[in-house]
Design a protein. Structure first.
Length: 215
C-alpha cells in the first residue's frame, strides 16, 4: 500500500492519433460524449523524481486510456470544424488519458484516491463511484481494463505545449446519471466475476469495515 501521493506529469492528453498527419484538436469549451476504447499499461521510464527529503519517489507504471468520440459526435464535430481546418488537415476524434497506475491509499482511516480512480469513477457515474469505493475498502482489487466500453460526457480543455507548438487536450468526465445504468452493468459484471462473494455483500449492503487496501 502506498503511503505517499502519486506524482503526475502535467502533460494532459495528447491529440496525436498515432500517425504522421496533421490533426485539428477537438475544440475546447464544449462537452462531448466519449467511449473508453482500450487501455495500455506502460512501465515507468527515466530516473525517479526526488522528494522533499532528497529520497527518490516511488515510480508507477502508466495506465493510458484511448477515448473515442461516439459516432454521432464525430459527424457533428467534423461539420462544425470544417471551415476552421486547414486544407488537408484531419479532425482528431480521439485522445489519450494518461495516469499513474495506482488507485489510492488510506490516511487516518480515510480513503485518499488518485487521479486514475477519480477519472474512472467520474466516467462511470454515481453508481460506479459508490461501488468502487465499497469494493476497495473491503479488500477488492481494481483492474484498469474493467472500464473499457463505458460511455461518458466530458468537458474538453486545452493546455499549450511548452515546446513545438500545439496543445495538449484534457478531458474531465462530468459526474452525472446520464449513462449510470449501462456503465454500472459493465463494471458489475466484471466485479462479480472477480469476487462474487464480495460483490454480493456490496449489493446487499452487508460489507464490513475492512480497510486493508491492496494497492
Amino acid at each position: 500500500m502506498s503511503e505517499a501521493l502519486a506524482t503526475w506529469e502535467p502533460k494532459g492528453i495528447s491529440t496525436n492519433e498515432g500517425g504522421s498527419g496533421d490533426w485539428f484538436p477537438i475544440p475546447q469549451g464544449n462537452k462531448y460524449i466519449f467511449t473508453i476504447d482500450n487501455v495500455t499499461l506502460k512501465p515507468p521510464s527515466g530516473p525517479p523524481r526526488m522528494g522533499p527529503d532528497g529520497k527518490p519517489q516511488k515510480q508507477y507504471p502508466r495506465a493510458l486510456y484511448r477515448l473515442n468520440l461516439v459516432e454521432a459526435q464525430i459527424e457533428k464535430l467534423k461539420v462544425f470544424t470544417a471551415s476552421k481546418r486547414d486544407p488537408g488537415q484531419d479532425q482528431s476524434t480521439s485522445v489519450w488519458a494518461s495516469f499513474n497506475y495506482t488507485w489510492g491509499f488510506l490516511r487516518d482511516g480515510q480513503l485518499q484516491v488518485t487521479k486514475l480512480f477519480t477519472f474512472c469513477a467520474s466516467a462511470g457515474g454515481f453508481l460506479v463511484t459508490d461501488d468502487m469505493k465499497a469494493w476497495v475498502l473491503n479488500g477488492g482489487r481494481l483492474d484498469p481494463d474493467w472500464f473499457k466500453g463505458m460511455v461518458f460526457r466530458g468537458a474538453v480543455s486545452h493546455v499549450p505545449k511548452q515546446t513545438g507548438g500545439g496543445v495538449w487536450v484534457n478531458v474531465d468526465p462530468i459526474l452525472s446519471d446520464e449513462h449510470n445504468a449501462e456503465n454500472r452493468d459493465l463494471l458489475a459484471g466484471r466485479l462479480e466475476r472477480e469476487d462474487s462473494e464480495l460483490f454480493a455483500k456490496i449489493q446487499n449492503g452487508t460489507t464490513g469495515t475492512d480497510t486493508d487496501l491492496p494497492f
